[in-house]
Design a protein around this ligand. Structure first.
Ligand SMILES: [Mg+2]
Length: 411
């Protein structure tokens, strides 16, 4: 049995001290992990509250405990904004455990898996392999939220700028698209990322203006690339809130006309971060965009509400597989299975498949083996200002040759 090479910070909770001894022993056989054990869930929660929401990567919790049971424990964990992953272990029957697991998922806890008692070492090893450690606070950008007034001013003062991240063909390394990612060049705070202002825009009716600005700039950039001899489609992210006004396709067509770009050169990436308010309006808008040859991509496929029902009902051209199934798939059978199924399904539905979050040569290679068409991620390029694209393309051509040689050696 091979050990896990990274060290995880683990809390284990069980009212039975013998079970705790057992799991501690098993964890130690599987690598150097930092393990704290508690027979009292309340003490464990106090410890989590004190140490901070990101102080532990994994919590193993027994379902059947006197006092606070596993379900009440989950509820408290949600309230603590715990950022690590949860593993339920239990001797209860499957249906009870599944119900507890569903409950955890519904409460947005990161449920990593279920272990049946007595715990099997191989099952435990699989759980540890699949774990995604919480990144430390230092690596996270400061999370300041902005007011709608500040954002309004930024739009009016032209402080929003577009970056572009290329998408390349896995078959021959050719860059054929670039996703536009908006940034806020804040006068005092420096570069501000979309997760800090898109929700504000959505909640305060600024999203249409923001999207229009981003779209106009992206099409201008695309026209400039074209003049310089680069043919890159440009992809713009669209919020569900953009799809509530029926004249959205007309606005998009007008922007294309102003930039003198064909509809085929534009892709709209649609994420569904929440349930559709008005599914008929969305279907109406997307169908009309498609009739006019604008390409549609289902973004972050596999998480949130980007689901199979969307694929069935909406006319997408491109299936963009969420990063959480991509990076690390070569060493993780679960991720790999989902990745394979998504790629196969996209192909059978006649869609172009793209994987986001490609960070290593192993990620690149597994996508190529599984027949995915496009790759996007730090492995190829970080998002960059539009004018840097021609230079990146010539550098990438060289690097691609080396990658090809290296991936032959990997097989
Ligand atoms: Mg996107």
């Amino acid at each position: 049995m091979s050990a896990i090479d990274r060290s995880l910070r683990v809390i284990a909770i069980d009212d039975d001290p013998f079970e705790l001894k057992l799991i501690t022993h098993q964890l130690s056989r599987l690598g150097q992990h930092d393990v704290m054990v508690f027979t009292d869930p309340v003490e464990a929660l106090d410890c989590i509250d004190e140490a901070g929401v990101s102080a532990f990567d994994l919590v193993f919790c027994d379902l059947q405990m006197p006092g606070i049971d596993g379900i009440a424990f989950q509820r408290r964990l949600v309230r603590s904004h715990f950022e690590g992953e949860l593993v339920l272990f239990s001797g209860e029957d499957d249906r009870t455990v599944q119900a507890a697991a569903n409950l955890a998922r519904r409460q947005q806890l990161r449920l990593l898996g279920i272990l049946k008692k007595p715990i099997n070492l191989e099952a435990l090893r699989k759980i540890l392999v699949a774990a995604t450690p919480v990144s430390s606070d230092e690596t996270k950008p400061a999370r300041k939220m902005y007011s709608p007034e500040e954002l309004r001013r930024a739009i009016d003062n032209d402080e929003l700028i577009n970056f572009y991240q290329p998408k390349v063909l896995l078959a021959d390394g050719k860059p054929i698209e670039a996703e536009c990612l908006v940034r806020w060049q804040h006068p005092t705070d420096g570069m501000v990322y979309p997760d800090q202002f898109i929700p504000v825009a959505e909640q305060h009716g600024l999203i249409d203006d923001l999207t229009h600005l981003v779209l106009t700039k992206a099409l201008d950039q695309s026209a400039q690339w074209r003049k310089a001899g680069l043919s890159l489609r440009v992809a713009v992210n669209i919020s569900m809130d953009n799809l509530s006004t029926l004249d959205f396709p007309e606005k998009v067509m007008a922007a294309l006309e102003t930039a003198a770009m064909p509809a085929e050169s534009l892709i709209l990436e649609i994420t569904e971060s929440r349930l559709m308010q008005d599914p008929i309006a969305v279907l109406d808008i997307l169908t009309r965009l498609r009739l006019r040859r604008v390409r549609l991509s289902i973004d972050d496929f596999g998480i949130g509400h980007s689901s199979l029902a969307q694929l069935r009902d909406l006319p997408f051209d491109e299936l963009k597989i969420d990063r959480s199934f991509v990076h690390g798939a070569s060493g993780n059978p679960q991720k790999r299975a989902i990745l394979q199924a998504s790629i196969d399904m996209g192909r059978q539905l006649g869609m172009q498949t793209i994987a986001e979050g490609v960070e290593t040569i192993e990620d690149w290679k597994v996508l190529k083996d599984l027949g995915c068409e496009l790759a996007q991620g730090y492995f190829c390029a970080r998002p960059m200002p539009g004018e840097k694209m021609p230079r990146w393309i010539s550098d990438w051509r060289q690097r691609y040759q080396e990658i090809e040689r290296e991936s032959v050696l990997l097989s």
